[in-house]
Write a protein that binds this ligand. Structure first.
Ligand SMILES: [Zn+2]
Length: 420
């Protein structure tokens, strides 16, 4: 007499187990960690294994097997990422009120210290590197940096954030090659420490701030005299790589991108500024960082990867996936991978060299200005400045009194711009 109810209960239990074991998005492979029952479906850090990451890419290619299917899903993903970042609708664009100070002339390029307001009181701090000869039209490049150790002493700023020599070097070199280059600080890094304090960075709203600041930084760059709006590059390493592919995914003005040591099928970024909001997963979408990078297609994109971090499988997992997506557009040759198996997680000389060569080809830059007589990359013409020289806000030129000083105030300012 009790057989049927027991069987029924077992069936229900099996269905429940099956549904929790299966992924929430139907096309995903079974066995992924389930989305949490409550709260945002975050995918922090190493949320899945490399094998699971590869299986998801395979499933995506099966599910979205031609250009039309991918285009539909890509538009859906863009919409979900924008919404998850808290930027739907896009905030109204307000005057940037750029501050451009202290022009220095070096070998083939100039450097200026810049601040602009991406929203009223929300200051983006950075440095503008321009070719000495500004005649004619120039490609623009936005560069973002990765995470760095906390600043403990004033001297630490000299190797920190946008002040770091490797950031200065790539900016100088690209400007010598003919690009107008803007290097910006992460939220609560660099000069942002003065504005917000270092602890403010670890906040999920950093995703929102980075994305909006990147969009407004492009507004600034593209409004400069001599800027060529048809040649727009973005590059950055690690957390700056995350900023690079998110901005490229959502801003169609970006024509060429080079995310460095970050695009992975299984690693989602270990900081709240990369995975603190549900940009990767919701009830009707899933996107690993490799899939977000694919939203650049068919615009040219270089993946720089290495053998000692989460990009170690790029030549056999992430890059072939991108080639297939780009192939939907007849543009498989628009994506490239430079893999450095003996190197680690940085934006060092050989990684910079790869980007110089890629940007030279794709943005029409003068590679000869970056190479010596034998054709080798030569960075010796870059002048490395101290952080104190690169700051826009100083004792004599202090932070404006209406500057915002915490993520909550920034969020309220952006929400206000969404309501107008
Ligand atoms: Zn971060």
């Amino acid at each position: 007499m009790h057989t049927r109810p027991v069987c029924f209960a077992l069936l229900i239990a099996a269905l429940v187990l099956s549904s929790t074991a299966r992924a929430d998005v139907p096309w995903l492979p079974a066995g992924l960690p389930p989305a949490p029952a409550n709260g945002p479906a975050l995918c922090p850090g190493a949320f899945i294994s490399p094998a699971q990451g590869a299986a998801i890419l395979d499933a995506a290619l099966t599910q979205f097997s031609d250009r039309a299917a991918w285009d539909t899903y890509a538009a859906h993903l863009r919409s979900r990422i924008q919404s998850a970042a808290g930027l739907t609708p896009w905030p109204r664009r307000t005057p940037l009120n750029p501050i451009i100070r202290d022009r220095r002339t070096h070998d083939g390029y100039t450097v200026e210290n810049v601040a602009l307001e991406s929203a009223p009181g929300l200051f983006v701090t950075g440095n503008l590197y321009r070719p000495t000869n500004l005649a004619g039209k120039h490609p623009v490049v936005l560069t973002t940096h990765g995470h760095a150790r906390a600043v403990a002493t004033p001297a630490d700023y000299d190797t920190h954030a946008r002040f770091a020599p490797h950031v200065q070097t790539r900016c100088a070199q690209l400007a010598r090659m003919g690009a107008i280059v803007f290097a910006i600080d992460m939220f609560a890094y660099g000069e942002g420490i003065q504005l917000y304090g270092q602890d403010a960075h670890r906040d999920p709203r950093a995703i929102t701030i980075h994305l909006w600041n990147g969009i407004r930084a492009l507004d600034f760059l593209l409004g400069l005299e001599g800027a060529d709006t048809t040649r727009v590059g973005v590059t950055g390493e690690s957390g700056g790589g995350t900023q690079t592919f998110l901005l490229t995914a959502l801003d169609p003005r970006v024509t060429v991108s080079a995310p460095v040591v970050m695009v992975s099928a299984h690693f989602f970024g270990g900081c709240l500024c990369e995975s603190g909001r549900p940009i990767h997963r919701g009830a009707d979408y899933f996107a690993s960082n490799a899939m977000i990078a694919a939203l650049a297609a068919p615009r040219p994109q270089l993946l720089v990867s290495d053998g000692k971090d989460w990009t170690l499988n790029t030549p056999r997992i992430e890059f072939p996936f991108l080639q297939k997506i780009y192939g939907y557009y007849g543009a498989a040759d628009h994506t490239a991978n430079v893999h450095l198996p003996d190197e680690g997680h940085d934006y060092g000389p050989s990684k910079r060299a790869a980007v110089y060569r890629f940007f030279a080809t794709q943005l029409g830059l003068n590679l000869a200005a970056a190479t010596d007589a034998s054709g080798q990359i030569d960075e010796s013409h870059a002048t490395i400045e101290r952080a104190a020289a690169l700051r826009v806000f100083t004792a004599d030129f202090p932070v404006p009194p209406h500057a915002l000083h915490d993520a909550g105030a920034i969020e309220r300012a952006l929400v206000k711009l969404q309501q107008l």
